[in-house]
Ligand binder design. Structure first.
Ligand SMILES: Cc1cc2nc3c(=O)[nH]c(=O)nc-3n(C[C@H](O)[C@H](O)[C@H](O)COP(=O)(O)OP(=O)(O)OC[C@H]3O[C@@H](n4cnc5c(N)ncnc54)[C@H](O)[C@@H]3O)c2cc1C
Length: 419
């Protein structure tokens, strides 16, 4: 049986593993930490703006398993907040074990605390990889889903130091880019001022550390918007963060909280002493990153060049998904690109033709071919690419219309073609 090795167990890696498994291959997923989901262990916003369309396209193509989990583990559904419509918020503490269980049920072998640090290759093909502990893994096809965040040196050089985020580099060792090791060309995503990378755009506060009134609002309404006193408004933070979809005036003038089980605060960092001056936040504590009073993780440090099938340029048997595959922001973005990467890895292993999604047929295809004017990161959820979706008629929340679009492109159930 063909063997596929997925490196990195964030949303992209989990999604790639599922798609690859459904092509009939033997699949191993290696992850350097003790948790799946990577950055998906924080955050939780799904289905906002164009993410709804992208999720439904992916479901119609046959890769609905992970969206079924995030929908089922949502604390709130169909919520609006500034600049965003029909969002749902998942609870990461429920989602991670559910994804782990799904992979096990599907027969995907998962090796946690296994950090790939080296590869053995011929001129253009990877033969095998080695973990930091010296274990060797060979495969026919490989998928790099190692993300673009950190490690500590990058957070120190381009951020405010290690923010102690969920990736926990000091404990589990630094991220290693497999594409770079294999001879691919990695590049930085850039901030508006040309600085490499950008700060992650939100933090997680312990909901129990907030006032009873804020807790009630979050539990009942899912969103709380708290105006900031004038002296605490800092608009310069808007230009530093990854999430261009939240670079709106309302996010600088207010604290916007989202209920994901805990309280997701929509700002990259906020000095604790200042935060505690805001009514309701007098006893606030950070859960992620632990040093959210000082900084946040730095992302987009290792995006790689790839073709439209998500094959890494210059390496015959390596695909990529998630942030690795482009300056893509988001869980949905990682899931939809991971699915295509894993599926194509399976197609290559089985000697089948690779799948490319055309930009005029689907929102996902348009996304994979998009380059933001002036460069920079983008997402289905707002800013330039969402405007593009609306301009070319690709944004809709009509599920029937999305199913028709996928059928017209001959893509209905494509990810299940080999079951
Ligand atoms: C604080 C924060 C809040 C966010 N909020 C949201 C939100 O609400 N909604 C949304 O849609 N998006 C959100 N995002 C963005 C979203 O989480 C990411 O864009 C997406 O999850 C990236 O997925 P990925 O799989 O590409 O990368 P990652 O999640 O970075 O996963 C990469 C994985 O690879 C592992 N790895 C790296 N190197 C190796 C190696 N050599 N060997 C083995 N394993 C390795 C890492 O440990 C990691 O688990 C948020 C991000 C952050 C940081």
């Amino acid at each position: 049986m063909a063997k596929i090795l997925i490196i990195g167990g964030g949303w992209a890696g989990c999604s790639a593993a599922i798609a690859a498994k459904k092509t009939g291959a033997d699949v191993l997923l290696t992850e350097r930490t003790d948790l799946l989901l990577g950055l998906g262990n924080v955050g939780g916003i799904m289905r906002n703006n164009g993410r709804f369309t992208a999720a439904e396209e992916c479901i119609a193509m046959g890769a609905g398993e992970l969206f079924a989990i995030t929908d089922a583990c949502s604390t709130h559904r169909n919520k609006d907040f500034p600049g965003h419509g029909h969002a749902s918020f998942y609870d990461p503490e429920k989602v991670e074990p559910a994804v782990r269980g799904l992979l096990a049920d599907m027969g995907v072998e998962t090796k946690l605390t296994t950090r790939i640090t080296d590869i053995r290759k011929t001129e253009k093909r990877i033969e095998s990889v080695t973990s930091a502990e010296g274990e060797n893994f060979d495969a026919d096809v490989f998928v790099d889903c190692t993300g673009t965040t950190g490690p500590m040196g990058n957070c120190m050089e381009f951020g405010n130091g290690c923010s102690m985020c969920v990736l926990r580099c000091p404990s589990f060792g630094p991220r290693v880019s497999i594409s770079a090791k294999a001879g691919g060309s990695d590049y930085y995503g850039l901030r508006d001022d040309g600085t490499p990378g950008a700060f992650s755009g939100s933090c997680k506060l312990d909901k129990g550390s907030l006032s009873r009134e804020l807790q009630r609002q979050l539990d009942e309404e899912g969103v709380a918007i708290v105006p900031l006193p004038e002296h605490l408004v800092n608009k310069s933070k808007l230009t530093k963060k990854v999430c261009r979809q939240y670079a709106l005036r309302q996010f600088a003038e207010n604290i916007i909280l989202i209920d994901t089980g805990h309280a997701k605060m929509m700002t990259p960092f906020f000095p604790l002493e200042e935060l505690r001056q805001v009514p309701g936040f007098e006893k606030a504590r950070y859960l992620d990153p632990y040093a959210g009073g000082k900084g946040n993780s730095i992302r987009y440090m290792a995006v790689t060049e790839r073709d439209e099938t998500l094959r890494v340029r210059g390496v015959e048997n390596l695909f990529c998904g998630g942030e690795k595959a482009g300056p893509f922001i988001g869980h949905t973005e990682a899931i939809v690109t991971g699915s295509l990467a894993g599926f194509n890895a399976g197609c290559m292993a089985g000697g089948e033709e690779l799948l490319a999604l055309h930009p005029e047929e689907t929102a996902i295809g348009a996304f994979l071919h998009y380059e933001k004017p002036g460069g920079g990161m983008f997402t289905f959820a707002g800013d330039a690419f969402f405007d593009h979706m609306k301009a070319v008629g690709l944004y809709t929340t009509d599920k029937k219309q999305i199913e028709r679009r996928i059928a017209d492109a001959g893509l209905t159930g494509r990810y299940n073609a080999f079951l």
